[in-house]
Design a binder for this molecule. Structure first.
Ligand code: CA
Length: 252
């Protein structure tokens, strides 16, 4: 059972989510405003395993909520629900620190599957040691041992830095930085293509799962953040290189 905070001001949708999440065996709390969500999440009384967050809320919007959480070093997995499903909006959500998104209207089974993915991540983060596999629910095909983790269990080291894709931690010179899921996914994609140029378009498709033509400069904001983590001098990067007019190249 997981403890899930639903932040949604449309009562009908909120109650539908509560009903279906409870049917899945989760404990659910619903709030209708961003400010209340922040109080619940940063108040420290209870621990939530995931947050389902609407963007268009009265007062503080969903992007501001997730941004505030990350600034407070709270890395609870956040699934954004947005009626504004344009790629720019989606990327704005990721830039704010969201872990996944679903455009409204969405199919219930897709919603539950995405949330399950985030909860799995949340369980790994909470566990003292990484489990070999993952729990299988009734009706679900059992995954081969470790298959749920796949490449997430990779640990990659270069130039005095270690990135653990299981815990989403980047260790560098005695510091540990907690990456968001999307930061880690982008970094892993670039590292897998070590030495090869990766186009912005392929990043959108492979990392963000967006196929639309869009203003791909939103990716640049992520790269700026990753450079702050990885580079000694972010304005003169040695590892995360810009390939003008095309995209990026990671060089270990
Ligand atoms: Ca709303």
């Amino acid at each position: 059972m997981s403890h899930i905070l639903v932040v949604e001001d449309e009562t009908h949708l909120a109650e539908g989510l509560r009903f279906n999440l409870r049917a899945e065996g989760h404990a659910v709390e619903v709030v209708g405003e961003g400010e209340t969500a922040i109080e619940r999440l940063l108040g420290g009384r209870e621990k939530f395993d995931a947050v389902v967050l609407d963007v268009m809320l009265p007062g503080m919007d969903g992007f501001a909520v997730v941004n505030k959480l990350r600034k407070a070093r709270n890395y609870v997995p956040v699934l954004i629900l947005t009626a504004r499903g344009r790629p720019e909006d989606v990327l704005e959500g990721f830039a704010a620190g969201a872990d996944d998104y679903l455009p409204k209207p969405f199919e219930l089974r897709i919603f539950l599957a995405r949330l399950q993915g985030l909860l799995r991540r949340s369980a790994w983060l909470a566990a003292p040691a990484r489990p070999a596999g993952r729990a299988t629910k009734p009706g679900e095909t059992p995954a081969p041992a470790g298959a749920g983790a796949e490449a997430d269990a990779e640990v990659f080291s270069f130039d005095g830095k270690t990135i653990d894709f299981g815990t989403l931690e980047l260790r560098s010179g005695g510091h540990t930085i907690q990456l968001t899921l999307m930061e880690a996914k982008l970094l892993r994609h670039l590292i897998r293509n070590n030495g090869r140029t990766v186009s912005r378009k392929s990043i959108l498709e492979d990392v963000w799962d967006l196929r639309e033509d869009t203003d791909t400069r939103a990716i640049d904001n992520f790269v700026v953040r990753l450079r702050r983590y990885l580079e000694e001098d972010p304005s003169h990067p040695r590892h995360l290189l810009t390939v003008r007019g095309v995209g990026y190249r990671f060089v270990a």
